[in-house]
Design a protein around this ligand. Structure first.
Ligand code: ADP
Ligand code: MG
Length: 342
């Protein structure tokens, strides 16, 4: 198959029925991520949203081929431009990472070596994937640092990571992730560890860098404000599964899964509720992976009036409407609009 043809018809990134977990000493399988399907088209931003522990990071580590034992992919597929990455050899994955697949993690020190100068590290990222002479490489490093808003980039590039603030370090990581013009940028809560004032600046830097290069992005965040601002499409994860997905408008304006509605109510409704003296919180907490209930993982916390006995026994699968809005909750899908909740 010609590579060019596949670019036109095949999604940039396609995750199908991805199931990830580990096997305990007693031989039991613990599933962390269950049958997850995701799709990213060229130039698009897909936001992955869900409470801590829902499997967002593990899913993306698997996409990057960065799972560490005991975690393993039990089944399913990850395709980058139609090419299977599950089971691909380490050389192939290493070639893709940092070149076609850029990554920005929550903690910049995950990506930066504390004992090497920042500029040297970005230069190295360039050297691994591109044949450039040393002078061009160094010029490119300065350009990249300038693009992410580092003042006096030439001079600063000679500093060590510890001489930089957290926000500056994360800018350097973004510069490094963009160095080779990746087709996909995976950003896992890239601003969570930073001060609120720096967060917005960093998101702008990330969005600008991405828009300039035309890269697709998977943005993991629990900040619904960021989702509204940046997402084209959204996948809501709960207890290792995608429970609702669609365009940002479908998922925000027509939130259907009781978990999505609970998230919205707890995050967006906070200001109003606090004024009345009580903020809404989804009751209970997410189950530990080894203790996930049968049927719908969310059933024990679900406040949907139309909750049915089948919720405790049958695992709901994502079913899409004509417009592509998919919901893994048969009772909520069966009713539309607000009336079911009132
Ligand atoms: P999220 O990013 O959505 O907060 P994660 O993907 O980090 O969640 O984790 C999903 C689940 O997998 C969590 O319950 C977490 O405790 C578990 N988990 C993550 N890494 C490991 C590991 N190395 N060994 C065992 N369990 C893990
Ligand atoms: Mg995470």
């Amino acid at each position: 198959m010609s590579d060019n043809r596949s670019h036109d018809t095949v999604p940039l990134l396609e995750v199908t029925d991805l199931t990830i977990g580990y096997v305990t000493e007693s031989g039991e399988r613990v599933v962390l991520v269950d049958s997850v399907c995701l799709r990213l088209e060229a130039g698009e931003v897909l936001c992955l949203v869900g409470e801590s522990g829902s499997g967002k990071s593990v899913t993306m580590l698997a996409v990057l081929g960065l799972l560490t034992p005991p975690l393993t992919v039990f089944s399913g597929s990850v395709k980058f431009r139609g090419r299977e990455l599950v089971g691909a050899d380490e050389t192939t994955l290493r070639r893709l990472r940092g070149a076609e697949l850029g990554m920005v993690f929550q903690d910049p020190m995950t990506s930066l070596n504390p004992v090497r100068r920042v500029g040297t590290q970005i230069e190295r990222a360039l050297a691994i994937h591109q044949r450039l002479d040393a002078k061009t490489r160094r010029r490119r490093v300065v350009e990249l640092l300038a693009e992410v808003g580092i003042p006096q980039p030439e001079q600063r590039s000679r500093a060590f990571p510890h001489e930089w603030s957290g926000g500056m370090r994360q800018r350097a990581v973004i510069a490094m992730a963009m160095a080779n013009d990746p087709a996909v940028l995976i950003a896992d809560e890239p601003t969570t560890a930073l001060d609120v004032t720096i967060q917005a600046q960093l998101m702008d830097v990330l969005a600008t860098a991405r828009a300039r290069s035309g890269a697709g992005m998977v943005l993991i965040t629990h900040d619904l404000g960021l989702v509204a601002q940046h997402a084209d499409r959204v996948a809501i994860m709960y207890a290792g599964r995608v429970v609702e997905t669609g365009t940002v408008w479908q998922v925000f304006d027509d939130a259907t899964h009781p978990y999505t509605r609970g998230l919205q109510r707890s995050l967006l409704g906070q200001a109003g509720a606090e004024a009345k003296g009580r903020a809404y919180a989804i009751p209970g907490s997410p189950p530990a992976p080894a203790a996930r209930p049968r049927g719908c993982g969310f059933a024990p916390r679900c406040e949907f009036p139309g909750k049915a006995s089948e919720c405790a026994t049958a695992t709901p699968v994502l079913v899409a409407s004509n417009a592509g809005h998919a919901i893994a909750c048969p009772p909520a899908r069966a009713v539309t609009g607000q009336e079911a909740w009132s």
